[in-house]
Write a protein that binds this ligand. Structure first.
Ligand SMILES: Cc1cc2nc3c(=O)[nH]c(=O)nc-3n(C[C@H](O)[C@H](O)[C@H](O)COP(=O)(O)OP(=O)(O)OC[C@H]3O[C@@H](n4cnc5c(N)ncnc54)[C@H](O)[C@@H]3O)c2cc1C
Length: 461
């Protein structure tokens, strides 16, 4: 499968531009440069054109154009994919950025979200009703890519992954047809959309189940990096028994110049325990105390706040335009030997902006049957992300080598595979996002829904 690159004639481009309600940006258009860039500044690709779709009909028109012209295609949701799946040289980019309407049915506890919306736009619509659904750990990520890859976030242990709340999706298929995928309609496609990590069609609208979550108890407790081995052991002991209202994360980072930290630690390497409790705050204080009360912290921040405020509080740590390389591994346990291997690399990265995130799963994520969706490893208790980041393009190779090296040194304890959402390379997306059985099922559904491979990401890294 895989569509060959072709040179669409200028006549064909004109026909596409005339047929669409949204704009077609060809190289040289004043908006072309801005829209070709994605979140990761290390990705620098030049699409042949950018179709700024105004509605599902535009999506269908652009898809039919690509299919009939044998022109390669990419889809841009929030543009956050670290491997840059949304953009490819000499391909038509379907830019869904203008498809960002969000409608809440508070009575039915359902939110309908267009395919190019960001999580913060979902929160803005749902939170005034005291409602929320699982989105990411930051609010600037696209609903589209995050959901199709599974979708972990602060509410997942209580509410499940983003895909576990998906009720239906409106999808434009490779032949331009618009269909609904749900438990009752195109159920096989619905299964593939939930964790298959895209590549089956363009989702123009998602419908998600909402939960009664207004405020959360959330914050971060900062420790010197020397405390990391003991804190990791405490995290390992606490998390398997943690109530499902609580989602926690250990973050190796560099202390920001923030008022809640003493001046002498600003710029020093630290490890932070970040937490979000989506139940009764008094119960949360008590339930999380074994970890939030650990050791002698350098400082702490947090309290009871709207869920949306907490989700936005990490946005500034992941600005668009820096050079990023991420990778990720999945673990059955955090062995002492793994901790010994992790800490030195996490404590001394080549750029102070690099981070390591230690996550746990469990709760509602693990409660869902394994074959209910195409998301693999929902039973895994832990995963660790190496977040390579630098502002200096010349340092990118070193940062990438650090992240890859960290993953290699953890490999003896890791499961095969990785969560597709954190795959830093298209080759990993292809090779590691799914186990053999799931891959086989996904391939057969691709043959059914996208036989020419129009939507299949091409290995270009
Ligand atoms: C700062 C940051 C924080 C993140 N936090 C989390 C997190 O907490 N949890 C998590 O699970 N992941 C997280 N991720 C990973 C993120 O979910 C993936 O990178 C995801 O691919 C981004 O989706 P997007 O729509 O923003 O990206 P894009 O780059 O626009 O799209 C990514 C892929 O999804 C496809 N796609 C997007 N929208 C649609 C659509 N509507 N229909 C069909 N295909 C579509 C694209 O074609 C592309 O292949 C984070 C990423 C970043 C950069």
């Amino acid at each position: 499968m895989g569509i060959e690159s072709s040179q669409a004639t200028s006549h064909a481009w004109q026909r596409l531009a005339a047929a669409m309600r949204g704009a077609l940006l060809l190289p040289g258009h004043p908006d072309y440069e801005e829209r070709r860039h994605v979140w990761n500044g290390a990705i620098d690709r030049r699409p042949s054109g950018i179709a700024r779709c105004a509605d599902a009909e535009d999506v269908s028109i652009a898809v039919k154009f690509a299919a009939s012209e044998h022109h390669p295609l990419t889809v841009r949701g929030g543009g956050h994919n670290v491997a840059g799946l949304a953009v490819r040289d000499d391909s038509l980019m379907l830019d869904l950025g203008a498809l960002n309407r969000v409608e809440v049915d508070a009575q039915a506890r359902i939110v309908r979200v267009e395919g190019g919306a960001l999580w913060r736009e979902v929160d803005a619509a749902t939170q005034p009703h005291g409602l929320a659904t699982t989105g990411g750990f930051v609010s600037s990520t696209g609903v589209g890519g995050l959901t199709l890859g599974g979708g972990v976030g602060w509410l997942m242990r209580r509410c499940g992954l983003a895909i576990d709340n998906l009720i239906a999706a409106d999808v434009v298929l490779a032949d331009g047809r618009c269909v609904v995928a749900s438990a009752d309609q195109h159920a096989d496609l619905f299964w593939a959309l939930r964790g298959g990590a895209g590549g089956f069609g363009v989702v123009t609208r998602f419908a998600f189940r909402l939960h009664a979550i207004g405020e959360v108890l959330a914050g971060a407790v900062f420790h010197p990096v020397e405390a990391a081995p003991a804190l990791l052991r405490a995290f390992r002991a606490f998390t398997p028994l943690a109530p499902e209202q609580g989602t926690l994360m250990l973050v190796f980072t560099t202390a920001p110049p923030a008022p809640f930290l003493p001046a002498q630690v600003h710029g020093q390497r630290v490890v932070a325990l970040a937490y979000c409790w989506s139940g009764d705050p008094a119960h949360g204080e008590q339930a999380l105390a074994p970890l939030t009360g650990f050791g002698e912290p350098l400082g702490r921040v947090g309290g009871v706040m709207p869920y949306a405020a907490w989700q936005q509080s990490f946005d500034a740590h992941a600005p668009a335009g820096d050079h990023y390389y991420w990778t990720t591994s999945i673990f059955d346990a955090l062995d002492d030997a793994l901790i010994d291997a992790l800490v030195p690399d996490a404590a001394a990265p080549p750029d102070p902006m690099c981070e390591v995130h230690v996550h746990h799963l469990g709760g509602a994520v693990a409660a869902m049957p394994a074959d209910a969706s195409a998301f693999v490893h929902r039973d895994a208790p832990f995963f660790i992300n190496a977040i390579g980041r630098t502002q200096a393009a010349g340092k990118f190779t070193e940062v990438r080598a650090w992240a890859r090296g960290l993953r290699s040194s953890l490999a003896p304890w890791a499961r095969e595979g990785m969560q597709p959402n954190f795959a830093g390379e298209v080759s990993d997306w292809h090779a590691k996002a799914h186990d053999a059985l799931t891959s086989k099922r996904l391939e057969s559904l691709r043959r059914k829904y996208d036989p020419a491979g129009l939507f299949l990401p091409v290995r270009n890294d």
